[in-house]
Design a protein around this ligand. Structure first.
Ligand SMILES: [Zn+2]
Length: 321
């Protein structure tokens, strides 16, 4: 059951957060749907522009919709992550997306407002909600890298003007998380002071946390044991921080890095331990299985497990119908 993120956010605000999983491959698409079905968790499946263009935009979208037919109970939204105008208008035209993001966060405040507002007008004409971003996360997203010194927290004093001027439906904020495998060192983490200030100014408004992976150090160590050279000593967002953020209006938590790290660990270790193998299906099957298990844990952690039924009933009986 494909739905708008607007409905999903109204249901989850303050109670649980929706996992928003970035997908690139068939194995990931199947793992997301398998886990969402097993947990009866609503889920946001998202594609970055680079993911869409990896083969052809149609292929990834058709794959997602096919999985949606194989698992008809799964409540899901398809979201365009980190869009720029050309991708967004293309996504709106496709009729496949039920949510889009405009990321003009690297521009100055006024330009961000103007670009976001234009996208909101076009998307709302088609009934599609828009996620916007204020503040800059560090790290690597898609093919763009932001150095730590260019990153900046969302300024709570700007959020009300930004939301009112743009008409956006949810807001991605920078409160300490970052993109990629190298998030926090030492005691760093989510800045709850800033998050609380933002929520105070935007009560009831859905907030989005990018860079929500936990980046398990054990996985990184195993990758390095089998020939990888990933940086050690870093961690992602802790489970307790993610759970705590829900009460502050975080409705959507983006998860991308953890699935990539898992892919690398499974494939590096498999081909190292079984050097005579060259069949991609063997580690591919294992990846689907373990990715599904990992996502099941995430859905439970965010409190989204077993929430699909409520949403299906709501759709069958309410004004959304
Ligand atoms: Zn992001």
């Amino acid at each position: 059951m494909k739905l708008s993120t607007k409905v999903l956010f109204q249901e989850c605000y303050g109670k649980y957060a929706l996992p928003a999983v970035n997908v690139f491959t068939l194995e990931q698409v199947m793992a997301v749907f398998h886990a969402a079905d097993k947990e009866d968790s609503p889920v946001i499946i998202q594609t970055t522009p680079v993911a869409r263009d990896y083969s052809h935009p149609k292929v990834l979208l058709e794959m997602i919709e096919s999985a949606g037919k194989i698992y008809p109970n799964v409540v899901y939204a398809i979201h365009l992550d980190h869009g720029i105008e050309s991708h967004i208008y293309d996504a709106l035209e496709s009729g496949k997306y039920t949510s889009v993001m405009i990321d003009a966060s690297h521009d100055d405040f006024e330009t961000n407002i103007n670009r976001t507002h234009k996208v909101v007008l076009a998307a709302h004409q088609k009934g599609i909600p828009v996620e916007a971003e204020l503040g800059v996360l560090s790290g690597v997203e898609d093919d763009e890298k932001v150095e730590g010194d260019k990153a900046r927290f969302t300024n709570p004093k700007e959020v009300v003007e930004f939301v009112n001027s743009t008409g956006c439906d949810s807001l991605a904020i920078a409160v300490g998380t970052s993109h990629g495998a190298y998030k926090f060192t030492g005691d760093q983490g989510i800045n709850f002071e800033i998050l609380a200030e933002i929520q105070k100014r935007l009560p009831g408004f859905p907030l989005v946390l990018h860079g929500g992976s936990s980046v398990n150090p054990l996985e990184i160590n195993t990758i390095n044991k089998f020939g990888g050279e990933l940086e050690t000593g870093c961690r992602g967002v802790s489970d307790s921080e993610l759970q705590r953020a829900i009460a502050y209006g975080v409705c959507k938590v983006n998860i991308a890095t953890d699935l990539r790290v898992l892919w690398t660990r499974i494939h590096r270790s498999f081909f190292h331990l079984q050097p005579k193998e060259f069949d991609p299906l063997i580690p591919g099957r294992e990846y689907q299985k373990q990715a599904s298990e990992m996502l099941s844990e995430k859905f439970e952690l965010l409190g989204a497990s077993q929430k699909g039924k409520q949403i299906r009933e709501l759709i069958y009986t309410s004004e959304y119908n």
